[in-house]
Design a protein around this ligand. Structure first.
Ligand code: ADP
Length: 286
């Protein structure tokens, strides 16, 4: 169990990236959903012990993470948002290197582990290729392989599908879903579908604050009967925005459709819609 209590962080340039963040996260896949700049990476880096918060505490299985950084790192698998440089070295060599760093000294054991990981992330046939020549999807799958070394109890993946095409994204999400349920996995993303497909628990973060928290079905139940849609002319959107609580406006088949939040029937030609996670997301980030 990961307990995050009252975490706040202001960068030297004055940006307050985290504002009193409190979250309890249990085993399974947890989705941290938020727009760019919401504070997701700041939170992920703090949990991963790569940066300090100004105030607040984090404990993992009862251990104070900030006081026991080395201990936390031993049970952590981390796939950062930016891996940085991909060297001219093969995936296989790199995994051996990282496994050695993580203390797997026995040659036979390490060989078996690296082979199993390459198979698990479907890169075995590409094991000799330089990482620098990998596609975006292959790089992310490699990222998961390195994160899994050492049987982590806590895995953090920060915006893993952001640059992937739909097929790569599907493949990556399938891989994530197979990791196992007996560990804490935190998936940070701005892609609503990643969370609805994968996560049994979630939070929405906006401007450094947790604005929604719960499991997706629970959150959807709270919005039942509250989302209404109407086709309007583009020029009318602004006036509807003044009159109603606009969730979003989008084009559908070339026509503008607005979605509003209303606990009672707004009349005026609106029809009731089944709430989606996307509606909840847009209701909470603006
Ligand atoms: P997200 O991962 O949700 O996009 P970040 O945690 O990266 O959000 O950023 C949150 C806010 O903090 C943004 O306004 C960002 O510009 C700012 N920020 C992030 N890292 C730094 C840093 N090292 N120094 C100053 N500002 C930062």
């Amino acid at each position: 169990m990961l307990h995050i209590s009252n975490l706040s962080k202001t960068y030297p340039n004055g940006v307050q990236a985290l504002k009193d963040v409190t979250l309890d996260i249990g085993n399974g896949m947890f989705g941290l959903l938020g727009p760019n700049g919401a504070g997701k990476s700041s939170l992920m880096r703090t949990i991963a012990t790569l940066q300090d918060a100004d105030s607040g505490t984090i404990t993992f299985d009862g251990m104070d993470v900030m006081k026991h950084k080395t201990e936390l790192r031993k049970v952590l698998g981390y796939l950062p948002q930016e891996f940085g440089v991909y060297p001219k070295i093969s995936a296989e060599e790199m995994l051996h290197y990282i496994a050695r760093l993580k203390g797997i000294a026995n040659d036979k054991e390490r060989k078996e582990l690296v082979k199993a990981l390459l198979e698990q992330v479907n890169l075995y046939n590409h094991r000799g290729k330089f990482l620098s020549g990998y596609s975006g999807g292959m790089k992310q799958r490699f990222g998961i392989a390195q994160a899994l070394i050492g049987n982590p109890k806590l895995i953090i993946v920060d915006e893993p599908t952001a640059g992937l095409d739909p097929a790569e994204r599907l493949r990556f999400n399938n891989l994530l879903s197979e990791i196992g349920e007996n560990i804490v996995i935190i998936l940070s993303t701005h892609i609503v579908d990643d969370v609805s497909e994968l996560c049994n628990d979630m939070a929405i973060i906006a401007a450094g604050r947790v604005v929604q928290r719960g499991n997706p079905e629970e959150l959807l139940r709270n919005y039942e009967g509250c989302i209404w849609s109407k086709r309007v002319a583009k020029e009318e959107v602004a006036s509807y925005q003044e009159q109603y609580k606009l969730v979003l406006s989008k084009l559908s088949g070339g026509q503008m459709v607005i979605l509003i939040y209303s606990e009672t029937d707004p009349g005026n030609g609106f029809t009731s819609e089944k709430a989606t996670l996307e509606d909840i997301y847009f209701s909470n980030i603006s």
